[in-house]
Design a protein around this ligand. Sequence first.
Ligand SMILES: Cc1cc2nc3c(=O)[nH]c(=O)nc-3n(C[C@H](O)[C@H](O)[C@H](O)COP(=O)(O)OP(=O)(O)OC[C@H]3O[C@@H](n4cnc5c(N)ncnc54)[C@H](O)[C@@H]3O)c2cc1C
Length: 353
Amino acid sequence: MTEKQVDYIIVGQGLAGSCLALHLLLRKKRVLIVDEPNPNAASVVAAGLFNPITGRQMGKTWLADDLFPYLHQFYSEAEKFLQQQFFFPMPLYRPFVTVEEQNEWMGRSADDNYTAYLSEVNSRPVHEQIVKNPFGGLMLKQCGYLDTHIFLKAVRHYFQSTGSVVTEPFDEEALDMANGVRYRGWGASKVIFCAGEKARSSRYFSWLPVRPLKGETLSVSPDVKPSIILNRGVYVVPGIWKVGATYNKHDQAPGNTEAGFRELKEKLDELAGFSYAITGREWGFRPTTPDRRPILGPHPEFEQLIIFNGLGTKGVSLAPYFSNVLTNWLESGAPINQSVSVSRYKSVYSKST
Ligand SMILES: Cc1cc2nc3c(=O)[nH]c(=O)nc-3n(C[C@H](O)[C@H](O)[C@H](O)COP(=O)(O)OP(=O)(O)OC[C@H]3O[C@@H](n4cnc5c(N)ncnc54)[C@H](O)[C@@H]3O)c2cc1C
């Protein structure tokens, strides 16, 4: 059988695999994507939110000043290239829960560190027909959502049209690493594993601390349709009308739970000023790491095998920027910062062998 030659084989077409495939395509590289679709993959069930000010403390997220300009440019260009709309920048409103918080943000509003992301600091309630906010709240900019369903479908459709997608589980037993890599009639220089939390069952990468963090969401049909994202305790994303998400590291079982449902509904009732009907429920596992940083780079022993994983709770904002970092390393040897390099876990590998 004649071998079909590509530059890279990508295993998994979630956000990591999709963003990486587009970056490699921009460099005129030939890729083969091997993906087994999974309706509960994190990228499929994600609400797709991107938001630079997060967490209970409402701090600026790690690398926000680099990640956010990059993601805006990347997804906008991807929309033009794929001729589909899936990127929806829009303001995000975060109610204050105490007067102290309100005062703190009145002070922070002049802080240069935050001005790029703040559009209003409201000390009185606004938009009360859609959001409960007795102490006012923050209107943030550079936020929005990615419709991950449309994005993943558009990427898949493009690569299918060039005969570059194989829809099946990647069989690691069929990998021949004698000279570059060979896999079922395909030859490549490297295989890049973008398998999300399924890395845990990989023969080559299961030693890495990729930990599943379960998340559940609700789909709702509201009687008033806000055109901003609401976020406090839970988020409500317009357009796709998703409410989420829970964070449960102890529950490793598939499926939605009663506890998850109750938690989301209670938090939504604290936030929403509108009535709604619940129309659906979803669940999935985020691929997280102990230090909350992605994992990029070559296997310690098999340099043809590369990992791109650990996107955790923020795949939408991390995947574009770090696909670029990985592409620069693959194509021109640009160094991967130690804080995200797979080499930070080298000692874990040594102990496991
Ligand atoms: C409920 C929930 C809500 C979320 N909301 C947000 C959000 O609003 N904003 C945000 O930024 N992030 C969010 N996330 C996190 C985000 O979804 C993840 O960070 C991101 O999707 C991870 O992408 P990935 O490509 O690494 O993994 P995945 O999405 O898991 O994709 C991996 C792909 O590889 C395939 N695969 C795996 N193993 C194999 C194999 N051996 N052979 C072939 N194919 C294989 C899988 O089937 C899948 O298609 C959410 C996650 C969850 C669970």
